[in-house]
Design a protein around this ligand. Sequence first.
Ligand SMILES: [Zn+2]
Length: 681
Amino acid sequence: MKSLWDNEKASACKNDLDLRVYTSRLLGENSFLVLHGGGNTSVKTKVANFFGENEDVLYVKGSGWDLGTIEAAGFAPVKMDTLLKMAKLDSLSDSDMVKYQRAAMLDPTAPNPSVEAILHAIIPFKFVDHTHADSMVAISNTADGESKIREIYGEKVLIIPYVMPGFDLAKLVYEATKEANWDELEAIILMNHGIFTFDDNAKVAYENMIDLITKAEKYLLKNGAMVCGDNIEEELSFFGSMGVFFSSFFTKSGKCFLGDNKRTGEAIEIDLLDLAKIRKRISTEKKQAVLAKINNSEKAIHFSNMSSLDKIANQGPLTPDHVIRTKRLPLVIGSNIDESLEQYSSDYKEYFEEHKTDGLVCLNHAPNWAIANGYGTISFGKNIKEATIIEDITDHTMTAILKGELLGGYQALSAKEIFDVEYWELEQAKLKKSATCAEFAGKVVLITDAMSSAQKICVKLLKEKGATIAAFDKDPEVVKTYTKGGDIGIICDLLNFPNIKVAIDKVVRTFGGIDIVVNDIGSKISNEEDSTGHNWQKHLDINVTKHQNLSKLVLPYLKEGINPSIVIIASKEFISVGNEHVIYTAVENDQIQLSNNTTQELTRHGIRVNTIYPRKIHSLVNEKALQDRAELCGLSLDDYLEEDELKIGLEAYDTAILASTIASSAFGRTTGAQLKVDCFI
Ligand SMILES: [Zn+2]
């Protein structure tokens, strides 16, 4: 592992806290040291209080912040004397610890201090760095892990057996270090948890971390415990220089191979309909829609194919704090998803009953990730961010398990110890406070004509309620327009059957399924050619064929959707029969019939189909086009505009809010509705 220290950047830091932010980010940017909110850091300094008096303060990482992106505001300033007094108490509940730490903060608006704040306080150095480094934890998670750690580090580290993070851990370290000669200690290693380094100099504390973790990596390399996927370049250059033999998953050229995997290196893709079915089963079990994110990397496929899968997958997480994201165990999907899931749920309930104490509320018993035999892993989350966090953690866990196996056997903490963290009083308290999920959380919405301003408003409204968006449009700009929050933009011509199939497959491969389709098929008359109404085929294509194509191809996935529905945004022009408008109007009537037929066909599959007929949206049509339309109807422009039934005008928002509402549970029992906007005929 390489030090990322940059003297120039470090010397630009204005004060202790600035420097603390800088080195925290150095640690946080390395996923082999910390992952998604893991680890914490602190700096001891003096801060002037309200009265101008200098107080000794520990700035410690606040909960909810990530070391990789932390800012000064992410550190909580806690009075040192309070923390040191707390360490001397015989007992203290973690809830009280959090409460009194909060009361001892100089800034009440700062985030809650880390639960490891007391531990940071009792280490008598200015800078304290704490990570859950993969390689070190992987070694400690093996049979006889402690003697391996001792072999690597000798007597210069204090090894603390596993105890739950929080007051008990701080107390244990306090007692163990009362007589310690700190100058002789390079680090504290917490078995099955992580490592602390420290120094009065920020650079030394940080580089000690890098050096000590490098020693763990070299130990793994020397003992043949290497797998594909992490630190490949560094480890191979070390391999080259040391000439060490290792027999795991690398050839000498450095190419990763997969042991006994018969399908070496091939991209193996799970059947997408199977993926959608798995997602639906998990969502049903969770009583909450989730996305299903596939990891079919070579490593994940190899892992899912291992003959010892049942044993190694059912050991537990790499460090106990991962349990909050991943649960203790994954679902291993056998030949029958229903049977596998039933077994998983009943095992989880048994685990709860065996370890529960009074007052604990059983968490949802559905898995947060699954191993699909031969295909890799699947992570489940309410949005792509959550699914990605779970995927990152499980990916690192698989590496650690594979390494642990090569070191003689991966051995996680006991079920009881993992349970205690999963059902920690602080986590249970969060549970009681947690708000209900947003309406469209975990739902995948396919939007067509996604570059139109009306559909963009619809997307905004759906996203505000938690939806994940798959945006289709012929305009190539759609790819760049839809990138935030996990959304994807796909170039798609709804008149091109193969093109639609590829686009739909991409959506399902990315999110695991499709729940809602908001299909805008109302044609917009924007030029003379359209407004003449003679272009029969064109009108037919735009207003009817596009919808029919999409419905046909999306149907298999909607059948596996969560409360699936189709919202058709048609056009109200069908009522404006007159002059040369007649052909256009005829096509629009086809829309109504199509909507009726689609409703009849899909309702029996539990898919709701509702249609909106908005009147002309003035803001979306230029004046020339409006003029043309008025002429076609034999009206002056003023009279044409006056045709609005409510006389209050219609904006794109009005249609968008209706479309997003129809897709919601408010219309959960409504299908076949034909809703007219600003017209009553
Ligand atoms: Zn920790």
